[in-house]
Design a protein around this ligand. Structure first.
Ligand code: IPE
Ligand code: IPE
Ligand code: MG
Length: 254
């Protein structure tokens, strides 16, 4: 297998977004409670972050907790937030060593203050790192993000700070939680579901999709490599024609 690191830069994704799914199924398959799957999923996170850095990704955005995940039992919610807090504390030195910058998207309201504290501490500590950005989507929902952007745009327009005629795609992007980040080139979903589950709907408009049956706790560096190599073989056309030099202007009829 080719090492994705040696791919020419134009064949390598800058930004990989991942829907880390299948923790519950992984645990249940072994007769364990669902939370064991979440706990094991941490090893996968460690592995893909390390590999993302090695390959030279600019950004990796991991879906950790959706705004819809509040529907889960309290016990599972408490465990998930304890795990996230633990991750932020334990991985801090590793992130520093790997020159990773930590970022977060999602609503802060509703998240446990001790999780936010640890997040802020790690984000501040890694703020001047220059390697890969690791963005955690926590309490994130794309529709809520888009509605929030619309609300802020309306506020700015009503206050005379923004001319409605100047609201184009780039301006709109600047109001999203991902302002200043590149759009994902590659979206990976583990555990086989063929849906987006309210993830980065605006930003993945032209992302390449890669869905694997592998459950998140089994996903490792080699699986990320496989996904990136698959991406490298895709022909991204963005509505144009594949790999053609622009043809001369046709002579108009008549
Ligand atoms: C993904 O695994 C983790 C979160 C959504 C927090 P799931 O917990 O959704 O696992 P399945 O889909 O039930 O197997
Ligand atoms: C998406 O997984 C959210 C995260 C991975 C955090 P879900 O397991 O919540 O998605 P659905 O319920 O299958 O759509
Ligand atoms: Mg799931």
């Amino acid at each position: 297998m080719t090492d994705p690191k040696v791919l020419p830069p134009e064949q390598r994704p800058r930004h990989v977004a991942i829907i880390m799914d299948g923790n519950g199924r992984w645990a249940e398959a072994q007769g364990l409670p669902r939370i064991f799957g979440h706990r094991s999923g941490i090893r996968s996170v460690r592995s893909v972050v390390e590999e993302g850095c090695r390959i030279g990704l600019e950004q990796m955005t991991l879906y950790c907790f959706s705004s819809e995940n509040w529907k889960r039992p309290n016990r599972e919610l408490r465990f998930l937030f304890r795990l996230l807090r633990h991750f932020l504390i334990v991985e801090r030195s590793e992130l520093m060593e790997q020159n990773v910058r930590l970022a977060m998207i999602g609503r802060r309201e509703g998240l446990p203050p001790d999780v936010l504290d640890e997040f802020d501490r790690t984000a501040a500590m890694t703020a001047s790192n220059t390697g890969m950005t690791l963005c955690l989507a926590v309490n994130y929902g794309a529709r809520a993000e888009i509605a929030e952007a619309a609300r802020r745009i309306a506020r700015d327009a009503a206050a005379g700070r923004l001319d409605p005629e100047q609201i184009d795609e780039a301006a709109f992007s600047g109001y999203l939680a991902t302002a200043g980040m590149p759009d994902p080139d590659l979206l990976i979903r583990t555990a086989g579901e063929l849906r987006l589950s309210n993830y980065l709907l605006w930003q993945i408009s032209y992302a390449e999709l890669y869905i694997t049956e592998v459950l998140w706790p089994d996903f490792r560096a080699e699986h990320l490599q496989r996904a990136v190599l698959d991406y490298a073989r895709r022909q991204r056309k963005f509505g144009g024609l594949p790999g053609r030099a622009p043809a001369p202007e046709p002579t108009p009829i008549g």
